[in-house]
Design a protein. Sequence first.
Length: 222
Amino acid sequence: MWDGFRIIRGCSHGAGNKLAERIARNEEAGEGADIAHGRPDGWLDHGDVIPLRNGALEVIATPGHTRGHVVFRHTDTRILFSGDHILPRITPSIGFEWAPEPYPLRSYLRSLELVRGLPDTALPPAHGPVTASTRDRVDELLHHHRERLDEFCEHIAAGATTAYQVATSMPWTRRRRQLDELPPEHQLSAVMEISAHLDVLTLHGRLNPTDGTTTCHYALSR
């Protein structure tokens, strides 16, 4: 089930038994119970148009946060309903799903660039207040991820070799908590997001990965 998936994925990124055991304890205590969902009535594809009483909604595929994420652009007002793709105060989790794509961060950054190429407009997100400029927030998110790529590369240079080791060597949230102070699902989300960044650093030629039996290790490229 979902918790079993998180344990397996966590171990592959170096999280090891300690975090896996903590997640298993939460599952036994009834936390994170699976929620049953029915099958969708239909699927939306990039370029689909949903007619409304006034105007229509254009479907724009923005994978990254999840593989099937889409945003909706109102054809008359050009307002962009961004879902979890662009959030005004936080960044969405990357690759934290049952079957993530191989390079979710690469897809997310490409999706940000796609949206940035649209006319600037107000931004109603899935979480948080409406903001005035899509482009301003996209620029902030792109800058944030560039900084994170550099930061994670520095942690590898300092001796960390796995996504989990990078996660344990840095503070989290505005309260600057250590990784083991976070709820287990937030720990796994942090580790998997770091892994997504390390994979992009590998694509850029800045890191070299070495696959072990259960854990992927990284080193600086020479």
